[in-house]
Ligand binder design. Sequence first.
Ligand code: CTP
Ligand code: CA
Length: 221
Amino acid sequence: SLAFFSPKVLANTRVLITAGPTEEPIDPVRVITNKSSGKMGYAIAKAAFEAGATVHLISGPTALAKPYGVSSEDVLTARQMHTAVMRQAKDFDIFISVAAVADWHISNYSDQKQKKQGQTGLHLEFAPNPDILAEVAALDKGPWCVGFAAETENLSEYAQAKRQRKNVPLLVGNLAQHVMSADQTTMVLFDDKGEQALPILAKTEAATALIRAISERYFAR
Ligand code: CTP
Ligand code: CA
């Protein structure tokens, strides 16, 4: 591929990536999840590897094949993803948090299958999950962090506020209704200098453009 001839902008750089959704069990046969195909995170992992990085991918459940050259581990719940990330975050130079992490888990989980017969409804109780990106960003000598935010409205305002709240140097925003499960994406980069829109690109090309933008900012930090 073309990338073979491109400069290895991330040579000697270790990159940790989360991708896909997480899922939270209701009972042994039912889950609540987020809408995420994993395509963007997997494309970023592939682009980072092609840019010369050592890449580790922590993935929620997706239908995708793991990118060549990338080590990986699979998780289901947000709390499993949190444990996997925190165990090794300090071993990496860059953390790219692409996963659509469930904000809540079900605190009245039933370890027997819930039967619908005789029930008029189902009452679920939710408790908050840890914010993986915010925790990694708060680590002493932790990796340089990149967040994602899919919003449905007020993208600039919400994304810049989210970047500041989580204290990450770069946050990639997009409008959820335009990109979910699509093969194309529109990305807007938010950093302390403001915002910069990237053109509409296939997710594979957007991933390469994003890796370039990340490496420029990481080495200028
Ligand atoms: N994220 C995370 N752990 C969570 C929730 C989110 O690591 N428990 C990360 C996502 O991977 C993403 C960024 O934080 O990089 C923003 O996620 P998002 O869901 O947009 O932000 P929230 O803070 O959860 O806000 P909300 O869902 O209310 O918009
Ligand atoms: Ca969220």
